[in-house]
Design a protein around this ligand. Structure first.
Ligand SMILES: Nc1ncnc2c1ncn2[C@@H]1O[C@H](COP(=O)(O)OP(=O)(O)O)[C@@H](O)[C@H]1O
Ligand SMILES: [Mg+2]
Length: 210
C-alpha cells in the first residue's frame, strides 16, 4: 500500500463528531482548517485549506468502506481519471481535491455535459475493469467535471462488489435519448433529479426482489 499508516490529520479527525438525527447522520463540527465540500451516503468530505487535498471521513456504520475504497484506488493508481490516494486510515481517506462540479451540479446549473465527457466516463470505466474492478454506483454525484473539461470519477468503494451494476448504462441511455432534445430543460431542477433518482432506486429494489 502506498498510503501511509500514520496521519498528520490525527487531531482534526479526533475532533469530528457525528450525531444521529433520525435517519440522517449530521456533522457537529468542522475542523478549523478544513472546509466541508460534500456529503454522500457514507461519508462527509472536506477540502484541506491551503492544499489540493480532500479528506473523506466515513460516518457510522460505513467506516469499514475506507479500506475497501483504498484497495480499489490502489488498483487504479496512475490512471488520470481517478484522484490519487495519499493516505488511508481507520474510517478516512486522503486524496487529490478535484476542482470542478459534479455532473449533478452541471445539470442543475446548465453546464453542458458533452458526448466527449460521456466518452471519458466510458474510458475510465474500461480502464478500471482492466485493472480488475467491477465498476458500480456510478451516478451524477460521483462524476466530476473539471474546469479544463476533463472528467474524474470518485467514490469507488463499491467497485469491488460482485453484482453487475447497470446504473451507468441506464444513465447513458437517458443522456442519449433526452439530453440536448428541444424539450430537455437548460437547467434541471435538483428536486426533479432527486425524484427521478428515488424512483430509479425504488424500481431497482423491487426488481431485485422479484
Ligand atoms: N476528491 C474530491 N474532490 C472534490 N470533491 C469531492 C471529492 N471527493 C468527494 N467530493 C464531493 O463530496 C461528495 C461526497 O463524496 P463521496 O466520495 O461520493 O461520498 P459517499 O461515499 O458518501 O457518496 C461528492 O459527491 C463530491 O461532491
Ligand atoms: Mg458518492
Amino acid at each position: 500500500m502506498n498510503a501511509e499508516t500514520s496521519t498528520i490529520y490525527r487531531d482534526e479527525l479526533a475532533h469530528i463528531v457525528f450525531v444521529r438525527k433520525g435517519r440522517n447522520i449530521a456533522l457537529k463540527n468542522t475542523p478549523a482548517n478544513w472546509e466541508l465540500i460534500g456529503k454522500g451516503r457514507s461519508a462527509y468530505v472536506f477540502k484541506i485549506i491551503g492544499e489540493q487535498r480532500a479528506i473523506k471521513v466515513f460516518y457510522p456504520p460505513f467506516e469499514h468502506l475506507a479500506m475497501e475504497e483504498a484497495r480499489n484506488y490502489e488498483k487504479v493508481a496512475g490512471i488520470s481519471f481517478f484522484p490519487r490516494l495519499y493516505e488511508a486510515g481507520e474510517g478516512y481517506l486522503v486524496m487529490d481535491f478535484i476542482s470542478g462540479k459534479t455532473f449533478f451540479d452541471c445539470l442543475a446549473e446548465g453546464v453542458a455535459i458533452t458526448k466527449d465527457h460521456v466518452a471519458q466516463v466510458d474510458k475510465a470505466l474500461e480502464l478500471a475493469r482492466r485493472a480488475g474492478l467491477n465498476p458500480s454506483d456510478i451516478h451524477l454525484h460521483n462524476l466530476l467535471l473539471t474546469e479544463t473539461g476533463t472528467v474524474r470519477l470518485i467514490d469507488i468503494a463499491r467497485f469491488s462488489q460482485k453484482k453487475q451494476c447497470t446504473q451507468w448504462q441506464d444513465l447513458k441511455r437517458g443522456y442519449e435519448r433526452h439530453y440536448g432534445q428541444r424539450y430537455f430543460p437548460k437547467r434541471v431542477p435538483k428536486w426533479l433529479m432527486m425524484i427521478v433518482a428515488y424512483f430509479y432506486q425504488l424500481r431497482k429494489r423491487l426488481n431485485g426482489k422479484q
